[in-house]
Structures are given as structure tokens and as C-alpha cells.
Design a binder for this molecule. Structure first.
Ligand SMILES: Cc1cc2nc3c(=O)[nH]c(=O)nc-3n(C[C@H](O)[C@H](O)[C@H](O)COP(=O)(O)OP(=O)(O)OC[C@H]3O[C@@H](n4cnc5c(N)ncnc54)[C@H](O)[C@@H]3O)c2cc1C
Ligand code: SF4
Ligand code: SF4
Length: 1016
């Protein structure tokens, strides 16, 4: 049995009183000071880990002022804060021992879009893609691009002066900031906009913080002009933050925003931003050029940059190899044929298709003229969806670098240097030599047009010798960038790397200190970043705690055994704002970062660490637990559950985070590091419930698969129980709700005509008959609750001249796994695997029906049974029979496919296969982009989850269904999704097999409506 783990080891601090004071002052947002909250906010995407004293989630600017006013009180002069947005910083920018001010949870409203003046006013927590989604109908967009655009906030972008692909054309975030509403450390707020000389004079006369700030900055701009001109590099990325070079604008106005942009929360809290918008380019194309190697790509980049292109991105062989194994690759593979070891992607923009053609022809001619040995060939992409898919791959590049095996993983600390583009190739040669000399592996990509190189050397920071390399390499890279006239922080800001600020700002550093003093005299705003008060110095990069140092206690074996939980690098891809994306439903429904893959991985990592500290190996503990007698276990669990001493067990905080996980597997499929929450959650739950009693509904849900055949025999009784008010009330008490009824009629009569795939029956088939056979492997839920799908599958097979068989009843065990009954699962899975292997040995394809149950044979079974058989999804099977499908005559309405989220995230080809099958019939299928329906197996049937389940349905599925045209045929592959739609909207959505069957049986039939039922 695992031991109790102290929930909170923090020593009381002045910050606790600060939080209490805030609450008493009517703070409207949330305050989080639990160990779990603090842990989840103790990391970003950097190599560091710093636990804050608490987190506040302001609701509005009033809350930000309450925070600042409290800071200004003498008793809280020692309290510090760090603003935070998406938390995607790569250098610890938002990490703090003080109070983290998270503006992303509530302050995420788009306040105004003015399409005529082309401006938008947004709160700081608005995500960049959220804004662009809202702008798209106006034909406008917020131009600065960054790879984390689906989770990075405007507040974070402004504060790091973010930019990325396309920066040579569009510039940085600061180039698009028209105004910033900021809250200063004294509690006042100020709307900062460029001002005329006269306005500046008026501002300087104010006898308050604003006046002092303007006096200080105006003096520096005037007195230090020559020094500023000399020191600030003439780079596309300039110096980032405290940008004295742009205080005085070319139009003569004075712009305080120049120092606020990129100031990383050290000068003020940004409440709102007024942003400049641009028209979306009418036409775009990508030229995807392949090379023999990365050096060739870099060499050729200079030719490309000289052409009339909007941007040039480059990717090396390592990143390319990782991208090839990623979920997005099948969608774009055709644009990168062959075996290139380096690519350049050049973007061409135009106002009209004719102009685009002309520009493309000019680039093609230029490429033909400048023949280059390492160039292997190129493709051109002009379709919007294809372009987006290629950029999506490029955006995932940093994250993909983390998708490797073992403890040595690419880490960010010198990953965004910028040098003048003309020096890039020479600079990279030296950079590579430096890393090669240390014997390190690394992947590289970047914005060649801007001279920015992204590189993450692979280190195991639990090793002292590797930890020491951070200092050695950083120092060497600083020297190298300075040699080439570049900067260390070309894109991702300074954060912990601020140690090097004095080296780059030189004699201007004291001016930075004066600016900081003017804004934040008590050094309470994100101290330790960018600039330290006069007389003190910035923290050293090796003085801030490394995550790796904490992980050392866990050990590599245990880290490797817990499904990448310990390797989550905090890139935040699981915080995707978009309700119609797959990641991560529980985070989207709650906006609580504990309830995200990163939150769960962080908690799991800490849990493993605390167990290790106590000398516990959780794997051995699980084995021991499985051997202990049930009675003894029950007695201990009852005692532990009742014992008040266990109330503050840290494991409860971990369990609370796991409870809201839908086990949808979006993380397992889409997280660049492949953090698989369902996998480690099951392991955690097994151990947690080895110590504590389970909720009443757990055993019911876990055994329902075994019980269903019995319940089906008593179907009127079962239906009465789940359909009557009394039955519903009793089930609610047991923690269950909205359970489906069984169809009134058993399908046994129809199914009776389908032979069972027994050894004898299959042995009678000759090889030709086997080649024309299929064995359906229905799961208990489909068979009993939704038998029509099985009947349709059988009918489709027959229609195609295939002899259908039914697998003998077998247990899938997924529900056992989901709820952490791993002992039972490990007994069930090998048994079922053996049965399936025997069937597969005949060479006849095995086909499951429900996506999530079928895919369990590939994922959950991988760790429990050595199964050779592959159970196909229906569309995977049909894709092998495509030649048998007829092309039907007739004009068909639009068919919309709502695929199950597990198949979309873990079987990337699944949707395309359905589209191809219907296309063969002559029917166009549009795949709906939706998030999770909220049901996810049994999740939505548990009372405690129902609210989240319904919220999720309302976020994505409901609007998607409502937007379907009256004549559209909507199809859904998941039983859970179909039952959720029935429950919430009364819509009976057919399975694609049902539509396929109908189309095959009667191609002259009238277009089907969803909800139609077809008998055998
Ligand atoms: C995989 C990956 C790829 C990346 N690619 C790019 C890229 O292409 N281009 C790029 O520029 N960056 C990139 N980054 C870095 C990062 O995404 C950006 O710096 C981004 O702008 C940070 O936004 P955020 O909302 O996550 O801010 P956070 O990380 O939460 O905070 C960043 C800084 O902004 C401050 N801040 C946040 N909100 C406020 C506020 N309201 N008021 C005052 N200060 C505030 C914080 O204190 C902190 O100093 C990448 C990061 C990752 C993990
Ligand atoms: S769980 Fe995956 S996607 Fe989320 S932060 Fe961690 S590594 Fe990134
Ligand atoms: S399984 Fe789904 S709900 Fe659970 S953490 Fe992963 S993405 Fe989120």
C-alpha cells in the first residue's frame, strides 16, 4: 500500500496574508494556493522549476488594481508577483516564488473589433488564434506569428515582443501595438499610446508615478541617443524588451510601449491591448524545397531570401524525421516526397490569383536559373487547407523535438539566437561545431530570412555533468552571437537568461535600472528578470532550480515506466483554446490547468518523486497490492478512508486532477511528447484505491461489460430500472446518470444467421473463402446497446461479397483500465489477446466497430498482452476493399462525418479512409472539426461528471450539429457520441456503416436523413 504523502510542505509566508487581504478587498477572481495549483504553475517550457506561493486569477482590470494596491501597502512590500498568460515561455519568464497573476483564465474577452479602423481591443488573456478566429469573418488578422499561437496570450506576446514566421514582412508584436492599458505597481492604471511632443511635456509635469516614468524615459531617449544608436543592433529582432531604440518614433511621437513591449512583466501588468489589424492576404502559396542535407538548405536560403517571397523557413534532418512520425504528417506527406534531409519553405503572397501565378513563375524561373547541387526538387502548395497543414507541422517542430525516447531530451536555453541573416550559415557552422565538440545531439530549424535559429541540444538534466553544460554552452553561444553581431534572445525573451542582459546592453544597463526604478521602485514586479535594482545583481542561470534536479530522485526506470508524465516539457500544446480542437476537453470545460495533460503530468511527476523519497517503487507496490488478500485490502482501505489523519494526503490532490480526465486520448495522440494521461492515470488509480475506498459507481462501471449479457436477458427489467423515476433516483445515488436503455428487441434473431467464428467453422474454409471473409469483433456495448451498427456491418460485408463471421463473445476490458482495475485488466487482456490471435492466425481480417473499444487493442493492450492480432476499424477494413465498392449514380446531399475523438487523435488516417470509401461511391464527405462530445465512454454517465459532459457538448458538438444543413446527412462513428447527441438534442445520428449499407442496397433511394433505421 502506498503511504500518505504530505500535501503541503510550504512554510507560511507573507504571501498568505497577502492572499487573505486580497480576498477581503473584494477580489473577484479565483485564488489558488493548494499544493497542486502551485505545482502546476511552477514550470513553463523552460528547464527550470520554481514554486510560487500562490496563484491569483483576476476577473478584470479592477482585480489587477486590487493586486497592485495591496502590493503598495507597507506590510506587503516584501511580496512579489509575476504576471502569466499561457505559461509557454521557454526561459522561466513567468516563474516566481511570489504570487503568479494568471490573466488567461478569466481576462480573455475580445472587447472590440472595428473592421473599418482595423483595430481590435482585447483583454490580456485573449489567445492569439482566438483573436484571429474572431477576425477571420472580417477578412482581417493580427499578423505577428508564433508557434504557440493556439495557447499564447496577447499579454504574453506583448510582454515577450513575440514574433516568428513572417517577421521580415510583418515585424514583431510591438509593431502592431497601438495602445496598452496597464496597471502600475502603485495601483494606478494608464493607457499608454504614442504621444506628441506636447502631450509628452504634459505627461512629464504630472506629479505621480506616470510623470516620473515619462520624465525618466524622455531624459534617457534624449541624453543617451548616441549610445542607444550604437548599442542596439540593426536586426529584424532588435534587442527585445526595454527597446530604447524605438522610444522616439520616426513620426516624431514618443512611445512608452517600446519599453513595455518585451518587458516580461517587470514594469507593469497589462490589462488590455489595442492592436493594429491587417487584411488577410488574398492569395498565398508555399514552395516546399527539398535538399540533400541541412547545410545545403541553409546555403540555398540566401538565394530564396533574395527572391520576392514573404518568408523563408528551414528545417533540418532531425526535425524532419520527427515530423514524419507525427500525427500531422500523413496530411502533408505528398508535398515532401522522397528522402530529403533538409527543407526550406518559402511563402509567396499576392493580392490576386494572377499576381500569385506571376510571382510563382518568377520564383520557379529563378530557381531554374540558379541551379544548386544540393537541391532535390520542390512542390508548390496553393490550397489554403494544405498551407495551414504545412504551417501546423512547422509550428509543432519545437514540441516534436521532445518526442524522443529515454532521459536525454532536447531542452531550451540557447534556442532562439538571431544574427544578421547574411552571417547565418557561417554562424550555424560554428554553433554546430560547438555542440558537436560536446558530443551532443540536436535538431535545428528556424526563420532563415530573419537570421533566427531554433536549436535544442539534448541533455539529461538529472545528470550533474549535463546540468553543467547549460552554463558552458550558454556562455559560448553568447560569445558566438556577439561575434556575429547578433543577440541571444532573438524571439523567446530573456527570463532566467537575464544574467546576460548587462553583457548585451553594456553601458545602457544602468539606464535599464533607472527605468525599472521609475516603474517599480520596490522591485515587486517579476524580480530577477531583465534588470536588477542598482546595487544588486541578476540571478545566475545555474542558481535557479532545474526541474532535472528534482527529477533525479525519481530515477530513470520509474520515469520511463509512467507514460512520459515525467517528460512533459510544458510546451502547453494541451492548452489549445479552440473548442473544436481535440486537446484537452477537461481543460477546456474547466479552464483549470490542473485538469490538463500538463497539470496531470506535473502532479504525477511530483507524486512519483515523493514516493521515491520514501523509497517506494510504485511498480513493485502495485504487484504487491495485487497479491494481497481482498479482505485485508478492504479493511485497510476502509480504515484509511475514515482516518482523519489522511485528509491532507497529497494523493487526494492528484486524484482530484485525474477524476476530470475523460480518457479521450487526445493527449496520447497529439501531445508532441506523447504524454499519455489515460495510461498513467490507470496506474495511479490502482495504487490510490489500494489505499482508499472507491466511489460506489466504480465497481458497477468496471463490471458492466461482464454484466451486459445477463442484463440483456432481463431487458424489460433493466429498461424499467434505468427509465423509471425511482430507478433513475437510485442510480443517481450510486453515482450514475443518463444510462441508455437496451433496444426493445434483441438482435439475436438476425445475428443468429451470422456464423460464429469458431475454430471448427473457420477450419472448414478453403483459402479462397478465407480471402473473402471477415470476422466482426463487436464490443459488448455496441452489441447490446447499438446492435444496428453490427447488423449494418454484416449487411455491408454481404453486399460486397464477403462472408461475415462473428467473434465469440470476449471481454475488451477498457472500462477496467479506465478505472484503474489493472489487476483485473491484466488478467482479461491476455485472455482476449489469445482469442484474437487465434482468430487472426486464419488470415481473415478482424474488424471492431466502436473506435475507442477497437483502438484499446492497440494502446491499452500494448502494456498488458503480447497481442499479434490487429483488429481493424471498419474504415481500415473497407479501405482494403475499395476496388469492390461500386460508383453510384445520383446526386447526393452533403455527408458530414463526426469522427470519434480517440480515432482522430490516435489513428490519423481514420477520417481520410472514410472519406475515400464514400468518394469511391461518388459521395463527398466533409469531416467535421469538433472537439469531444463530452460522453467519452462512461465519463458522461457519472453524476459527478455530468455537468462537464454537458458543457463540453454545448461547446462543440451542439453548434456543429445545429449548423448542419437540413438536407445534410450527418454520421458519427462513436457510440458515446451518438448517445450523447440523442440525450442532449434528441438526434439519432447514424453510423457511417448504416449510411453505406443504405447506399449500397438502394442507390436510387431518396437521400437519407439522420435517424433513419434499417433492418436486415
Ligand atoms: C513550443 C514553443 C514554441 C514557441 N515558439 C515561439 C515563436 O514562434 N515565437 C515567439 O515569439 N515565441 C515562441 N515561444 C515562446 C512563447 O510562446 C512566447 O514567448 C509567448 O509570447 C508567451 O506567451 P504566453 O501567453 O504563454 O506568456 P507567458 O509565458 O505566460 O509569459 C511570458 C512573459 O510575459 C509576461 N506576461 C504575461 N502576461 C502578462 C500581462 N498580462 N502583463 C504583464 N506581463 C505579462 C510574463 O510575466 C512573462 O514574463 C514558443 C514557446 C514554445 C513552448
Ligand atoms: S502534456 Fe504534452 S502538450 Fe501538454 S505541456 Fe506537457 S508536453 Fe506539452
Ligand atoms: S485523456 Fe483527454 S481529457 Fe484526459 S488529459 Fe488527455 S486530453 Fe485531457
Amino acid at each position: 500500500m502506498i503511504p500518505r504523502l504530505d500535501a503541503d510542505r510550504r512554510i507560511a509566508s507573507p504571501s498568505d496574508n497577502f492572499l487573505r487581504h486580497l480576498a477581503a478587498q473584494g477580489f473577484q477572481g479565483d485564488i489558488g494556493a493548494r499544493a497542486a495549483d502551485r505545482l502546476v504553475f511552477s514550470t513553463d517550457n523552460s528547464i527550470y522549476q520554481v514554486e510560487p506561493a500562490g496563484i491569483v486569477f483576476p476577473k478584470n482590470i479592477g482585480d489587477l488594481k486590487r493586486i497592485a494596491k495591496a502590493l503598495a501597502r507597507p506590510e506587503f512590500s516584501g511580496v512579489t508577483i509575476a504576471p502569466r498568460g499561457g505559461g509557454t515561455g521557454t526561459n522561466g519568464q513567468s516563474l516566481s516564488e511570489g504570487i503568479v497573476v494568471d490573466c488567461s483564465r478569466h481576462m480573455n474577452r475580445i472587447l472590440e473589433i472595428d473592421p473599418v479602423r482595423r483595430i481590435a481591443r482585447v483583454e490580456a488573456g485573449v489567445v492569439k488564434d482566438q483573436l484571429n478566429k474572431a477576425l477571420a469573418p472580417h477578412g482581417l488578422f493580427f499578423a505577428p506569428e508564433l508557434s504557440t499561437s493556439n495557447r499564447a496570450t496577447i499579454g504574453g506576446m506583448v510582454s515577450t515582443d513575440a514574433c516568428g514566421q513572417g517577421s521580415c514582412l510583418y515585424g514583431k508584436t510591438s509593431n502592431h501595438v497601438l495602445g496598452l492599458r496597464v496597471v502600475l505597481a502603485d495601483g494606478s492604471d494608464f493607457l499608454s499610446r504614442p504621444v506628441s511632443e506636447e502631450e509628452l511635456r504634459a505627461l512629464q509635469t504630472r506629479q505621480n508615478r506616470i510623470g516620473h516614468i515619462h520624465r525618466t524615459l524622455a531624459r534617457i531617449a534624449r541624453d543617451d541617443k548616441a549610445l542607444i544608436d550604437k548599442i542596439f543592433p540593426k536586426l529584424n529582432r532588435f534587442m527585445t524588451g526595454y527597446d530604447l531604440a524605438h522610444l522616439q518614433r520616426e513620426d516624431g511621437r514618443f512611445d512608452l510601449n517600446a519599453v513595455l513591449c518585451g518587458s516580461e512583466g517587470t514594469l507593469a501588468m497589462i490589462a488590455e491591448a489595442e492592436l493594429n489589424l491587417l487584411p488577410i492576404p488574398a492569395c498565398a502559396a508555399l514552395i516546399n524545397i527539398r535538399y540533400d542535407d541541412f547545410n545545403a538548405a541553409l546555403e540555398d536560403a540566401r538565394t530564396l531570401v533574395a527572391l520576392d517571397v514573404a518568408s523563408v523557413e528551414t528545417i533540418d534532418e532531425t526535425v524532419l524525421r520527427l515530423a514524419r512520425g507525427d500525427i500531422v504528417w500523413p496530411r502533408i506527406a505528398a508535398f515532401f516526397p522522397g528522402d530529403a534531409d533538409g527543407i526550406n519553405i518559402a511563402e509567396v503572397l499576392a493580392d490576386t490569383p494572377e499576381e500569385l501565378s506571376e510571382k510563382l513563375a518568377a520564383v520557379a524561373a529563378a530557381l531554374a536559373k540558379t541551379s544548386f547541387a544540393g537541391r532535390k526538387g520542390y512542390t508548390i502548395t496553393t490550397k489554403k487547407a494544405d498551407i495551414e497543414a504545412i504551417w501546423a507541422m512547422r509550428k509543432r517542430a519545437v514540441g516534436l523535438l521532445g518526442n524522443v525516447e529515454g532521459p536525454t531530451r532536447p531542452v531550451p536555453f540557447v534556442e532562439d539566437t538571431a544574427v544578421p541573416p547574411e552571417h547565418l550559415a557561417a554562424y550555424i557552422r560554428e554553433f554546430r561545431a560547438l555542440l558537436d565538440a560536446e558530443g551532443l545531439t540536436y535538431g535545428m530549424f528556424g526563420h532563415v530570412d530573419a537570421g533566427v535559429l531554433h536549436v535544442r541540444p539534448a541533455l539529461d538534466l538529472t545528470r550533474a555533468d549535463h546540468a553543467a553544460l547549460v552554463r558552458r554552452i550558454s556562455d559560448a553561444v553568447v560569445a558566438l552571437t556577439q561575434k556575429y553581431g547578433g543577440v541571444l534572445w532573438g524571439e523567446h525573451g530573456k527570463g532566467v537568461r537575464s544574467e546576460y542582459v548587462p553583457a548585451f546592453f553594456g553601458p545602457l544597463y544602468p539606464r535599464l535600472q533607472e527605468i525599472k526604478q521609475a516603474f517599480d521602485p520596490l522591485n515587486q514586479l517579476n524580480p530577477g528578470k531583465i534588470v536588477a535594482p542598482a546595487g544588486s545583481s541578476l540571478p545566475k542561470i545555474d542558481a535557479v532550480p532545474l526541474r532535472g534536479t528534482l527529477d533525479r530522485a525519481i530515477g530513470n526506470d520509474i520515469r520511463a515506466a509512467f507514460d512520459n508524465a515525467a517528460y512533459c516539457n510544458g510546451n502547453g500544446a494541451c492548452f489549445d483554446f479552440d473548442a473544436d480542437s481535440l486537446m484537452c476537453p477537461s481543460y477546456k470545460a474547466t479552464r483549470d490547468r490542473r485538469f490538463s495533460p500538463k497539470g496531470r503530468a506535473s502532479l504525477m511527476r511530483e507524486w512519483l518523486r515523493r514516493l521515491s523519497e520514501k523509497g517506494i517503487d510504485p511498480r513493485r507496490e502495485a504487484e504487491r497490492q495485487r497479491r494481497t488478500s481482498v479482505i485485508l485490502r478492504l479493511a485497510r482501505r476502509a480504515w484509511n478512508s475514515l482516518n482523519p489523519a489522511n485528509r491532507d494526503d497529497f494523493s487526494h490532490e492528484v486524484r482530484a486532477a485525474m477524476d476530470t480526465c475523460l480518457a479521450c486520448k487526445a493527449c496520447a495522440g497529439q501531445c508532441p511528447v506523447k504524454v499519455s494521461v489515460p495510461a498513467f492515470r490507470a496506474k495511479f488509480l490502482e495504487l490510490y484505491y489500494g489505499r482508499y475506498l472507491r466511489p460506489v459507481n466504480d465497481p458497477i462501471v468496471a463490471t458492466i461489460e461482464t454484466m451486459l449479457p445477463l442484463l440483456a436477458r432481463a431487458r424489460p427489467l433493466y429498461n424499467l430500472a434505468v427509465g423509471s423515476s425511482l430507478g433513475k433516483a437510485l442510480l443517481r445515488r450510486a453515482g450514475l446518470t443518463a444510462l441508455p436503455t437496451l433496444p426493445a428487441r434483441s438482435p439475436r434473431r438476425e445475428l443468429g444467421r451470422v456464423p460464429t467464428a469458431t475454430a471448427q467453422a473457420l477450419a472448414r474454409l478453403d483459402s479462397a473463402e478465407r480471402a473473402d471473409a471477415v470476422i466482426f469483433v463487436p464490443d459488448a456495448f455496441t452489441e447490446h446497446f447499438d446492435p444496428q451498427v453490427l447488423l449494418d456491418a454484416v449487411a455491408v460485408a454481404r453486399r460486397l461479397g464477403i462472408h461475415p463471421f462473428l467473434a465469440p463473445p470476449l471481454l475488451n476490458g477498457k472500462a477496467l483500465h479506465v478505472h484503474g482495475y489493472l489487476g483485473a485488466f491484466h488478467r482479461t487482456a491476455p485472455r482476449t489477446a489469445r482469442q484474437l490471435d487465434r482468430l487472426a492466425e486464419t488470415g481473415i481480417p478482424l474488424v471492431g466497430l466502436d473506435p475507442s473499444m477497437t483502438l484499446a487493442f492497440r494502446s491499452e493492450y500494448a502494456g498488458a498482452a503480447a497481442m499479434r492480432a490487429c483488429v481493424l476499424l471498419p474504415q481500415e477494413w473497407l479501405a482494403t476493399l475499395i476496388d469492390r465498392l461500386p460508383t453510384l449514380a445520383g446526386k447526393w446531399p452533403r455527408h458530414r462525418l463526426m469522427a470519434h475523438c480517440t480515432e482522430r487523435s490516435t489513428a490519423p488516417a481514420a477520417v481520410g479512409q472514410w472519406i475515400a470509401v464514400f468518394a469511391k461511391l461518388g459521395i463527398d464527405v466533409v469531416a467535421a472539426e469538433t472537439g469531444c462530445c463530452g460522453m467519452a465512454g462512461t465519463f458522461g454517465h457519472e453524476v459527478r461528471n455530468r455537468e462537464i459532459s454537458e458543457r463540453l457538448y454545448a461547446m462543440s458538438w451542439q453548434p456543429a450539429l445545429a449548423s448542419a444543413g437540413a438536407d445534410d446527412v450527418v454520421m458519427a462513428t462513436g457510440y458515446s457520441c451518438r448517445s450523447q447527441a440523442k440525450l442532449m438534442d434528441g438526434r439519432q445520428i447514424p453510423h457511417p456503416l448504416q449510411i453505406l449499407r443504405a447506399r449500397l442496397e438502394d442507390d436510387a433511394a431518396l437521400p437519407l436523413k439522420d435517424g433513419a433505421m434499417y433492418d436486415m
